[in-house]
Design a protein around this ligand. Structure first.
Ligand SMILES: N[C@@H](CCC(=O)N[C@@H](CS)C(=O)NCC(=O)O)C(=O)O
Length: 316
């Protein structure tokens, strides 16, 4: 469940031979009918960042499944602290206070859930799924949180939609896995690489997978399912990376072999997702863009935020 000892000092130790290595998520409990974390309206709370692609998955899922009135949300400031921690700042447009625990920082939430969290050198990531009843973190792994939201939706709280139909579950998980290292994590491995070879390797794998996805989407609307496919978790997991790509990753993470706008099927996929009810409202363009360029001084010393691009999903 909680793997905090081996994860201590996550950001300082997160490089091997110049390669960025993402630490695994620490809180891995589940919402289950009749379980410790039972299905209940207004029991669970999401702490997210509008900048973060992993957190974005959970906000989109909440919107698509119609769970807004059942799950509350707080949003951290887009400015990440130099050690990688997040703060609450209700004075910032689009951000909020911690309306549940009254903490100033996300670390405070982690300390409430795990005594000695900060003392062990840990920081804490978004998203966080918080249980207001047991006053603890249920889970901080986005791919698992979105599955739990589906459990809530399947138990009568949502609008009847599912993003993980049983007959597609295997294909959905295979698609999510196939995109995770190369694309979702691949942009970070490109951008945070500390050797030329680590960068070359990550960017090559990233664009090889984007090329495959472009071909896969020919004549299809969604990644998984028969015919034109059907909107599933696999789409939710890919979209937050693609929607940040031209806005941020091309420049900031040097993912510049191509842009998404150069891939007709991927660009159409991004627009299709944006046109799903409630999805565009989950995209806070300023938080997305300003966060990366401002927060990662190791790769953008003077925190200059580029003016462009003029063209892209964020302009519509
Ligand atoms: N495995 C996590 C990754 C979450 C993650 O890395 N979030 C980033 C923001 S994009 C974060 O909070 N980083 C802060 C830190 O690691 O100090 C998930 O998918 O939920």
């Amino acid at each position: 469940m909680k793997q905090i000892d081996e994860q201590a000092g996550a950001w300082t130790k997160a490089f091997e031979s110049g390669k960025f290595v993402r630490k695994s998520s620490e809180f891995r409990d589940s919402i289950e009918v009749d379980g410790t974390f039972d299905v209940e309206s207004d029991r669970y709370h999401l702490y997210i960042s509008h900048a973060c692609p992993w957190a974005h998955r959970t906000l989109i899922t909440r919107a698509i499944l119609g769970l807004e009135k059942h799950i509350t949300v707080d949003v951290v400031d887009w400015r990440m602290n130099p050690n990688g921690s997040w703060s609450f700042n209700p004075d910032e447009e689009g951000a909020t206070a911690d309306t549940i625990n009254g903490e100033d920082s996300l670390e405070g939430i982690y300390n409430r859930a795990f005594d000695g969290w900060s003392a062990s050198g840990n920081i804490g990531t978004v998203p966080v799924l918080w249980d207001k009843k047991h006053e603890t973190i249920v889970n901080n792994e986005s791919s698992e949180i979105i599955r739990m939201l589906d459990t809530l939706a399947q138990s009568g709280l949502g609008n009847g939609a599912t993003l993980c139909p049983a007959q597609l579950k295997q294909d959905i998980e295979a698609m999510i896995d196939a995109n995770y290292e190369a694309v979702n994590n691949g942009v970070y491995k490109s951008g945070f690489a500390r050797t030329q070879s680590a960068y070359d390797e990550a960017v090559t794998a990233l664009f090889a997978r984007l090329d495959e996805l472009e071909a896969h989407l020919e004549g299809r609307e969604w990644l998984v399912g028969d015919g034109k496919g059907q909107l599933t978790e696999a789409d939710i997991c890919l979209f937050p990376t693609l929607v940040r790509f031209d806005l941020v990753y091309v420049v900031h993470f040097k993912c510049n072999l191509r842009r998404i706008i150069d891939y007709p099927n991927l660009q159409a996929f991004v627009e299709r997702m944006l046109n799903q009810p409630g999805v565009r409202e989950t995209c806070h363009w300023h938080h997305m863009k300003a966060h990366y360029f401002w927060s990662h001084q190791s790769i953008n010393t003077f925190r200059i935020i580029p003016l462009g691009p003029l063209e892209g999903a964020h302009t519509k």
